[in-house]
Design a protein around this ligand. Structure first.
Ligand code: HEM
Length: 232
């Protein structure tokens, strides 16, 4: 099958409009879900109340570090995906990208402190550590790709990275799945949900990518790498 957008099955301009509309809907849904999550976090932790902090009270310094960096990544992620389009904004993309990566590193420092001082069973701490590792490695792969001028690979790795960024939101959503709500939240169950919170969306996104690539549904020429001149 010839790719849509290059073959005349769907004119290039039409394919781009459909592509961008779908992208805008996904981003809008993401913005709503993310702001709901961040609002819930703010409501829970904005007052210095040991009752609200529960087991995090003695680790609140690590938690604040973690939350500050984590909130930054959730907010800046969509900006990164938006600024890849109007290629007139490569500087904004670069700077928000640097702040995003810094936020991720800060959140990882907080996560390391939380894990090291956590009373949770090993399975849960291991699941968090694995998440942090995947978060860092996907970012490193994305960074290496763009430094090597491989813009398409960069986009894919950063999408994977953002999927991991969203894992606490996915985790919260998984807890609401009707069949799971009824089960007692054992350490094993929490560990499985932590792994699933990024593994499942990653697998789904890889499957969607494959379908799009095989069917040639990506409108060609819509995403060209921004010129690298000026990149530090
Ligand atoms: C993707 C990599 C992430 C890792 C590895 C990670 C790791 C952790 C760890 C280890 C804890 C402490 C758990 C415990 O001691 O029981 C924690 C808690 C928390 N993290 Fe993350 N986290 C990640 C991303 C994020 C992001 C992006 C946010 C967004 C703000 C976030 C928000 C939270 C919150 C709100 C808590 C407290 C949970 C609660 O209230 O029950 N995390 N995280």
């Amino acid at each position: 099958m010839q790719p849509i957008g290059t073959s005349g099955i769907l004119p290039l301009a039409g394919a781009r409009v459909v592509w961008r509309l779908g992208f805008a809907i996904v981003l809008l849904a993401l913005a709503l879900i993310s702001s709901d999550f961040l609002q819930a976090v703010y409501n829970k932790y904005h007052r210095l109340d040991p009752a609200a902090y529960t087991m995090f009270w003695t680790r609140r310094g690590w938690l604040w570090t973690h939350l500050a960096g984590g909130a930054l990544t959730i907010i800046l992620g969509p900006i990164q995906f938006l600024t890849q389009w109007p290629r007139s904004l490569p500087q904004l993309h670069r700077w928000t990208g640097r702040i995003y990566l810094t936020g991720m590193l800060v959140a990882c420092v907080g996560a390391t402190g939380l894990i090291a001082n956590s009373p949770a069973p090993f399975a849960i701490r291991a699941a968090f550590a694995a998440t942090a590792l995947v978060w860092l490695t996907t970012a490193l792969s994305g960074l290496t790709a763009i430094r090597g001028g491989r813009a398409r690979s960069h986009r894919r790795w950063m999408l994977r990275n953002y999927i991991v960024t969203l894992s606490p939101i996915t985790f919260r959503a998984l807890l609401e799945v009707p069949g799971l709500i009824a089960l007692p939240p054992s350490p094993a169950m929490i560990a499985i949900l932590l792994w699933s919170s990024w593994l499942l969306p990653l697998l789904i996104s890889e499957a969607i990518y494959r379908i799009i690539d095989r069917a040639g549904l990506r409108p060609s020429g819509s995403f060209k790498p921004a010129p690298l001149s000026g990149a530090a």
